[in-house]
Write a protein that binds this ligand. Structure first.
Ligand SMILES: Cc1cc2nc3c(=O)[nH]c(=O)nc-3n(C[C@H](O)[C@H](O)[C@H](O)COP(=O)(O)OP(=O)(O)OC[C@H]3O[C@@H](n4cnc5c(N)ncnc54)[C@H](O)[C@@H]3O)c2cc1C
Length: 441
């Protein structure tokens, strides 16, 4: 009844909660100075905000369950949000089928093909049958060249860079199913947590401590103690732990760093992400989520958080995320924060000519090397088995989220599936629309 969890991100924290509820003696060993991983927040405008923009969906059953368990259900904010696409120098609204008719870069027949093909992928297509199909080739064939060049290709380029043409249709099916299911009557309703996701992290870690879970920070796991094919213990710089089961939730990229683990990434590659966050005196655009589909911009998405959560929550400041995913071979991987600011800020004027750097109160830069796994064709073969070769070792991380989009909700689903493999009851976690947790378990 002893479980040691390596990595205190949402996957590790969720597994800890489930195991502690079943009476396990749980320890979380986290490398950073606090738990939370990619969900962590910082202070801006007198409030807390995520390093990387975070919202969730109405159909995220696992996350809604956890919020209810923690007594946070009434702190969930649901809002209709707005989306736009910047293409050929113009910001087009992209909120309803009617908006599509005004998308000038393409013709009416292209729009019809786009609508039908998106509906087919989001509502009918089965991901399992489409793992070997390239998304881009499929779009060229069924959504047409015009729409694919004007919309889908720029979006895939932004998100997957050099891997854009390798993204399997299975991934796209997961993504579209998620987006279409969060729409009611054409409007997309997104959810957020009052006081930021720190509210969830603080309440969850507080609850875990109450349940007797030990959360150790600043303790990167450096070595496994292995005897005759069995994981007997783990070592950090200062401590040693032994006995029971071990759940490894860190990105596969870091497996090789752990001495004696015998593990490698099995070909799972990760993308980085950089979010440049601007605290502004004025609003930048009319939409919450803007996909920048014109070439030559250093960012792919502009997310105006205060077009979702009111600026009054941030002492009247407007908050803008400039988001960009990058491959490790790109300059962004090694650029300093100052270089990133110089690259990201000036092009904003091309999108909103009124924008001036005088609007800026503060700028923050956050960068991670493990924003998402590169889900390429045949990815399911790369997903590690939850029950590892070493006895007592189990693995559950972002790779297990495939073919769905990585998300907090899906981390909970993956944690629940890992618990089941470890023979820890997790039946209380409801199934929603998530496609995660099917591979590797
Ligand atoms: C730009 C961006 C936007 C996102 N937007 C959303 C969104 O809108 N909605 C949503 O739901 N999700 C979103 N996500 C995804 C969500 O944040 C992740 O899916 C989730 O937080 C992943 O949790 P995890 O525990 O699997 O991984 P992580 O959060 O990466 O946690 C892994 C942990 O392991 C620790 N670790 C690493 N090495 C060691 C070691 N040797 N020893 C001990 N610990 C170690 C790390 O410090 C880290 O805390 C976004 C992510 C990014 C990057």
């Amino acid at each position: 009844m002893k479980l040691t969890i390596i990595g205190g991100g949402m996957t590790g924290l969720s597994a800890a909660y489930l195991a502690a509820k079943q009476g396990y003696q749980v320890t979380i060993v986290e490398a950073a100075d606090k738990a939370g991983g990619l969900l962590n927040t910082f202070e801006i405008g007198g409030n807390q905000l995520e390093h990387y923009y975070h919202h969730f969906f109405t159909q995220d059953a696992e996350l809604h369950w956890l919020l209810k368990e923690l007594g946070l259900a009434d702190q969930t904010i649901y809002k209709k949000t707005t989306m736009g696409v910047f293409r050929e120098g113009v910001l087009y609204d992209f909120n309803s089928p009617f908006d599509l008719l005004k998308f000038k870069p393409v013709g009416l027949f292209d729009i019809f093909r786009f609508g039908m093909s998106s509906l087919y992928l989001g509502k009918i297509a089965k991901w399992k049958e489409n793992e070997g199909v390239s998304t881009l080739s499929w779009f060229y064939k069924w959504a047409g060249r015009n729409m694919t060049d004007a919309l889908w290709k720029p979006m895939l380029d932004i998100k997957f860079g050099p891997y854009a043409d390798k993204v399997p249709l299975a991934w796209m099916i997961g993504r579209l199913a998620q987006r279409l299911n969060s729409r009611k009557g054409g409007d997309e309703r997104l959810a957020y947590i009052g006081g930021s996701w720190k509210t969830l992290l603080d309440t969850l870690t507080g609850k875990l401590k109450e349940m007797g879970v030990e959360i150790l920070v600043n303790e990167p796991v450096e070595e496994f103690i292995v005897e005759e094919g069995e994981l007997k213990g783990i070592k950090t710089r200062t401590r040693e732990f032994d006995g029971g089961k071990y759940l490894l939730t860190i990105p596969s990229l870091y497996f090789e760093k752990i001495k004696n683990s015998g593990l490698d990434d099995n070909g799972v590659e990760y993308f980085g992400a950089v979010c440049t966050i601007l605290e502004l005196k004025k609003s930048f655009s009319r939409v919450y989520w803007m996909n920048v589909a014109d070439p030559g911009f250093p960012f792919g998405g502009i997310i105006e958080h205060t077009n979702f959560i009111p600026k009054e929550e941030y002492n009247g400041s407007h908050i803008l995320y400039l988001s960009r995913y990058f491959a490790m071979s790109e300059d962004l991987a090694t650029m300093t924060d100052e270089q990133i600011k110089e690259k990201m800020i000036p092009p904003l004027k091309k999108i909103n000519p009124e924008f001036s750097e005088d609007w800026i109160k503060n700028v923050f830069v956050f960068k991670t090397k493990t924003a998402a796994t590169v889900c390429d064709i045949g990815f399911s073969e790369k997903v590690p088995h939850c029950k590892a070769e070493l006895k007592n070792l189990y693995i559950a991380n972002m790779a297990h989220i495939y073919p769905d989009e990585r998300s907090t909700n899906n981390s909970i689903r993956v944690a629940a599936e890992a618990c089941k493999v470890m023979e820890i009851n997790a039946d209380q976690v409801p199934y929603g629309a998530s496609l995660s947790g099917q591979i590797g378990f």
